[in-house]
Design a protein around this ligand. Sequence first.
Ligand code: ADP
Ligand code: MG
Length: 245
Amino acid sequence: MAVDPLIELRDVNKYYGELHVLQDINLTVGRGEVVVVIGPSGSGKSTLCRTINRLETVQSGHITLDGQPLPEEGKELARLRAEVGMVFQSFNLFAHKTVRQNVSLAQVKVRGRKKDEADQRSGVLLERVGLAAHAEKYPAQLSGGQQQRVAIARALAMDPKVMLFDEPTSALDPEMINEVLEVMQQLARDGMTMVVVTHEMGFARSAANRVVFMADGKVVEDRTPEDFFTDPESERAKDFLSKIL
Ligand code: ADP
Ligand code: MG
């Protein structure tokens, strides 16, 4: 597996003061792979995601995207942020912009597209996430699930090499979770490289190539979903699974 690595973390360590939040992390995400990251609260899952687009810096180790070390600043860093699409628990849409404007904005500002071209691309992406009919509405007129799908379209509009999802359905009412997971499933089928932090084990089983289980800042298991769910090796994973399944 992972013959064509898109993301590589080698011996990555990160501290917040005394807290050793990422401990000797080694992780490879292959092109087109879907890696689901699970683990107890506080185990470092969000921090791991944030190091990949350099929202957080690390104290030691190496991270590469598509063979290149992560840029430290300036235009290169802005481009990295575009190439690593990120979807959070909170949608962070601009309240006073329409759905289409939300998806178009960074295309113009970061990618330098003309407004018409950006709007057209936004239309295509909104269609893809099932929201073509809502393009001229404002975020407050949409449900949480619809807003999260706009956030996904907005990230896709940057033509990212990889999409990071940090608990994208955790803030949603239960009846809205599936519409977001279905969009993510489709993305996975279309070959997008994805790192997904989630508690949705059904998604992990059906969409993940690998499950990475983290605890206390370490990668404890890194295996296929079949292996992980049927036969977790570590006590930490057994304990975690017994609580959530
Ligand atoms: P998870 O996403 O798995 O719940 P996080 O990556 O958010 O875990 O956090 C890992 C640990 O780092 C936790 O103990 C958390 O309290 C701590 N932490 C996260 N962000 C910060 C920060 N900005 N400053 C200090 N500690 C932090
Ligand atoms: Mg988190």
